[in-house]
Design a protein around this ligand. Structure first.
Ligand code: NAD
Length: 479
């Protein structure tokens, strides 16, 4: 891997302008690498390389052969598991066990889509007598991927593996805050046999390289994961070229717990769903709605669990690592100071361990209780380890609260009552619903994405493959 270079056409390429971006380790706030600061000229070069691959050997390759290359990449990633996990942990600050899960996750994405590549097909349609009509699924061509910093490996894997399996060539703009692991995987993709230009990575800032990608006329589809504001800006830029965009924009996902739920099963899941990745997870379970009769007993148990949580550098592999950067830390502090100012009680807080370096971006996991439904802590995405608890009286109120934000990504429903499970699952407005569990997005097999401000389009599963193709209808009149 070469520092401060883009990966274009299977080669390390110096940026058009030789500026760099410092890469910080969030665990200690120290610089440990440099990234190339890409601009529109770098994006032009990457898009041209991708177009050449799409019109050349990659575009002409059979689906089975594409699948074989992706399968080789999955195996190479698995063989480099430790190296990739270490890189991810250092770059994002996440505990090593989480980085290991992410490294296993990306290998699984490529494995799944490798197997799916030659199973994607159209249909034949009944039509007028004397006709045969068929549909075929074709790749868009060159797809653009704008990736955030919270799960670089997993989010890169889920969109790029599906796009490649469907036959597209890709240009990726990863996040300036964390993308070292993606550069390493791109290098492995070349080793796996991906023809040059099929996968290109241009690093840099969002308003420079990201915007240049979003508005590039040579891009046929964009996949974006990040904040609602940037997502909307990307859609507007892409609209000038009439380019479709898949958006995954986070949430304020509720976990609804009824008094008849199995608390022993629910408790660790409720905690993990907000503490995982220090709460910097689009599908974090950041609200817990608890039936009134169970409110105090469950809060007591949640408080005990939160008080026992320990936060520290990624290498210590504790419950929680630091936040990604000082800006994100300040954002979480602002939310917490609003809570304090508005008299929202803090039920419990974990501990930042004394070994955590002062210059790291730490925040102890915090449980807030009696959060008023209209307060921003009950409505806005904190993107930190902050859980907002509130009581409800009955099923209708639970639904009203659950559906009462602008978001709709994932919901958890905890009850032993089977009819209630289905009633609520059907009426809650979200892209995924977990019953008596919560999967923070679930595995690669499960389609994932939002409604309302959480975005549109679906990642994962076969559904993602459909999103990375366009359907062509061919009507043959043969008499
Ligand atoms: P962001 O949405 O600005 O960044 C996400 C990606 O978009 C990055 O690669 C970034 O470089 C790129 N980008 C930024 N501006 C762009 C532009 N004008 N054109 C094209 N690409 C652009 O997110 P952020 O500023 O890193 O974080 C802010 C907030 O967004 C967080 O606090 C969190 O609430 C939310 N967020 C959500 C997710 C998620 O998984 N849904 C991920 C990251 C951040």
């Amino acid at each position: 891997m070469e520092e401060a270079k883009h990966f274009i056409g299977n080669k390390w390429v110096a940026p058009a302008v030789g500026e760099t971006i410092a890469v910080l380790d969030p665990s200690d706030g120290q610089v440990f690498a440099e990234l190339a600061r890409g601009n529109a000229a770098d994006i032009d070069r990457a898009v041209a390389a991708a177009r050449a691959a799409y019109e050349g050997s990659w575009g002409h390759m059979s689906a089975a052969e594409r699948g074989r290359i992706l399968a080789r990449l999955s195996m190479l990633i698995a063989a480099c598991h430790d190296e990739i996990a270490q890189l991810e942990a250092r770059d994002t600050g996440k505990p090593l066990k989480q980085a290991r899960a992410d490294a296993a996750g990306i290998a699984r994405y490529f494995e799944f889509y490798a197997g799916a590549a030659d199973k994607l097909h159209g249909e034949t349609l009944p039509y007028q007598t004397g006709y045969t009509v068929l549909t075929i699924r074709e790749p868009h061509g060159v797809t653009g991927h704008i990736v955030p910093w919270n799960y670089p490996l997993q989010i890169f894997g889920r969109s790029v593996a599906a796009a490649l399996a469907a036959g597209n060539a890709c240009v990726v703009k990863p996040a300036e805050d964390a993308c070292m692991s993606i550069l390493r995987v791109a290098e492995l993709a070349a080793e796996a046999g991906l023809p040059e230009g099929t996968l290109n990575i241009v690093t840099g800032y969002g308003h420079e390289a990201g915007a240049a990608l979003a508005r590039h006329p040579g891009i046929d589809h964009i996949s974006f994961t990040g904040s609602p504001a940037t997502g909307a800006a990307v859609v507007k830029m892409a609209a000038d070229n009439h380019v479709p965009v898949t958006l995954e924009l986070g949430g304020k996902s509720p976990q609804i717990v009824f008094a008849d739920a199995d608390f022993d099963a629910a408790l660790p899941v409720l905690v993990a769903a907000i503490v995982q990745n220090a709460g910097q997870t689009c599908s974090a379970g950041s609200r817990v709605l608890i039936e009134r009769d169970a409110y105090e007993p469950l809060l007591a148990r949640l408080s005990e669990a939160f008080s026992a949580l320990r936060v520290g550098p990624s290498r210590l592999d504790l419950d929680c690592g630091p936040l990604i950067n000082a800006k994100q830390q300040q954002r979480v502090w602002d939310f917490l100071s609003d809570a304090q100012h508005d008299g929202i009680p803090m039920a419990a807080q974990g501990e930042v361990v004394p070994e955590a370096p002062q210059a790291g971006f730490y925040q102890a996991p915090t449980l807030l209780r009696d959060v008023p439904p209209a307060h921003r802590l009950a409505r806005e995405e904190v993107f930190g380890p902050v859980l907002a608890a509130m009581p409800f009286e009955n099923e209708e109120e639970a639904l009203r609260l659950a559906n009462g934000t602008d978001y709709g990504l994932v919901a958890g429903i905890w009850t032993r009552d089977g009819s209630r499970q289905m009633r609520l699952a059907r009426r809650v407005r979200s892209g995924q619903v977990f019953i008596n569990n919560y999967g923070a997005g679930g595995g690669v097999e499960l389609p994932f994405g939002g409604v309302k401000h959480s975005g549109h389009g679906r990642e994962k599963g076969f559904e993602a493959l459909y999103g990375f193709t366009v359907l062509k209808t061919i009507a043959i009149k043969h008499g």
